[in-house]
Write a protein that binds this ligand. Structure first.
Ligand code: BES
Ligand code: ZN
Ligand code: MN
Length: 498
């Protein structure tokens, strides 16, 4: 979808659908909505008086304009309470408007920006979120659908109309940001949505290379020989049960000087998690094609970071594997020593994410990263603790954690800080090796994080567990059912503000 910014008066603008908005409780519309109401001879205020709409967030009412203005229809869009309005509400409102246009089979639309000047949102932020909500809502993954369903019309063009010329330049900045973020985030969604018979490690690596080359971003894909040479045995131990060979994908963005520190973003890239020899039960197992949601978020964030030319030094590292119960698969009870850190007894081959991340974190330190972040669909226990809309953040560095938390009000990707007391390490003691890869029934999300901590070498680090946030079970925010790209904005904002 193409987004244009035009200066002008909405009552003179020709379009199939013109979107104007309304906060909750407003009976006599003011501003642009008021101007449109007058041009329509009071249709909007009459509908409001009749109680046809309250202005709740996402509520809509469509008016045919009967040639009173050049726009064929007007969509009145509820923004909810003025007091609780912010970036997430702007994105949600924009998404609802786009889906409304799709329901009407329209191919283009125009909108005013949602919420400039409200809730601390400047014109740049408001236009960013209006554009971003639209771009994320327009995303579809329908490449395998039959032609009939594919040919449903799409909204190809969105025009943002603004009458104050002084705001245009700031708004254009916001739109450019939205386009960069949506590009990264929608690509992350493709990586997750692709089935694992297509999205094998080699394919994952080549998609990253292809996207990166458009930006001149340095992408290296290391093969299984290199992985074994590097003694990444924890990574190889997971990978070796599959006929599909692993890759370690490294993305390098040098946006700052030679003496500036490097941040490493490490993402879990399990293309499909069958559980391996500790095989999962089959019900719902198809969702495990999304077990590279963390890796996809890293890729999406790196693409946005590069496209926006963020002046920071950042590595993106994704260990990409298939966790399969093959003839050469590792077994429970195996003892493995990785690139760095303690020996590990494999209790469950289904606790594979922490194994591949362990070697990837060691590698990030070898590259010279000073600050470590990892993001992973790591544990079902985190879903039990926090549900499927909130991710857990597990810090060893409170400053890093605070920066992540401060950005939640903008990213809308909810995070909740989890405890990292050393008491939890007790659960990882192994009889045969130094540590084991599972910690028993209690605090499963935390013991997974404590496992990872062994491989961070005392460097400042946060771990983010996004299990079941990578795919939406039903439509919410600006997502339909399916991959969300959760984490892309969280990582981007962290890098920008660190
Ligand atoms: N990929 C799963 C975690 C997961 C669960 C992701 C639900 C998305 C939705 C992970 O590899 C896993 O299998 N974890 C096990 C760990 C256990 C064996 C200690 C789990 O959570 O059951
Ligand atoms: Zn997994
Ligand atoms: Mn698993």
């Amino acid at each position: 979808m193409k987004i244009d910014l035009k200066e002008g008066d909405v009552t003179k603008f020709q379009t199939q659908l013109l979107v104007v908005n309304l906060f909750k409780g407003v009976r006599e519309p003011a501003g642009v909505t008021g101007v449109v109401d007058s041009a329509l001879g009071g249709s909007i205020s009459r509908a409001l008086k009749a109680g046809e709409m309250q202005g709740r967030l996402g509520e809509t009412l469509v008016f045919r304009t009967a040639a009173k203005i050049p726009a064929e229809r007007v969509l009145l869009l509820g923004l909810g309470d003025k007091d609780s309005f912010g970036p997430e509400e702007a994105r949600r409102a924009a998404a609802v408007a786009l889906w409304e246009a799709e329901k009407l089979n329209l191919t283009e639309m125009a909108t005013i920006v949602h919420g400039a000047g409200i809730g601390g949102m400047n014109p740049t932020q408001a236009s960013e979120d209006t554009a971003l909500g639209s771009l994320l809502a327009a995303y579809r993954f329908d490449k395998y659908k039959i032609d009939k369903e594919k040919s449903k019309p799409r909204v190809r063009k969105l025009v943002i109309v603004e009458h104050e010329s002084a705001k245009l330049e700031q708004m254009q900045q916001g739109i450019l940001r939205a386009e960069a973020i949506a590009w990264g985030q929608n690509l992350a969604r493709d990586l997750v949505n692709e089935p694992s018979n297509v999205m094998i490690p080699v394919e994952f690596a080549s998609r990253v290379k292809e996207a990166g080359s458009e930006l001149g971003l340095e992408v290296t894909s290391y093969d299984e020989t290199w992985i074994k040479e590097k003694k990444m045995n924890l990574l190889w131990g997971v990978a070796k049960g599959s006929a599909h060979m692993p890759r370690l994908v490294e993305i390098k963005h040098k946006g700052a000087g030679d003496n500036d520190p490097w941040i490493a973003l490490v993402g879990k890239g399990v293309m499909f998690d069958s559980g391996g020899i500790s095989i999962k039960s089959s019900s719902g197992m198809e969702a495990m094609k999304g077990d590279m949601g963390g890796g996809a978020a890293v890729v999406g964030a790196m693409l946005a970071i590069a496209k926006l030319g963020i002046k920071k030094n950042v590595y993106g590292i994704v260990p990409a594997v298939m966790n399969s119960p093959g003839a050469n698969a590792q077994n429970p009870g195996d003892v493995v020593i990785g690139m760095d850190g303690p020996s590990v007894e494999i209790i469950s081959t289904d606790a594979e994410g922490r194994l591949i991340l362990a070697d990837a974190l060691s590698y990030a330190r070898e590259l010279g990263a000073s600050y470590l972040v990892d993001i992973a669909t790591l544990t079902g226990a985190s879903v039990v603790a926090l549900g499927n809309r909130v991710a857990g953040i597990f810090p060893t560095d409170d400053r890093m954690r605070d920066v992540f938390m401060e950005n939640v009000s903008i990213t809308g990707e909810k995070l909740w800080s989890m405890p990292m007391f050393d008491e939890y390490k007790e659960q990882l003691k192994s009889l045969t090796a130094v540590i084991k890869n599972t910690g028993g029934r209690g605090a499963g999300a935390i013991t997974a994080a404590k496992f990872l901590e062994y491989f961070t070498g005392g460097k400042p680090w946060v771990h983010i567990d996004i299990a079941s946030k990578e795919q939406a079970d039903k439509s919410y925010s600006c997502y339909r059912k399916g991959a969300t790209g959760f984490g892309v904005r969280t990582l981007l904002r962290f890098v920008e503000s660190w």
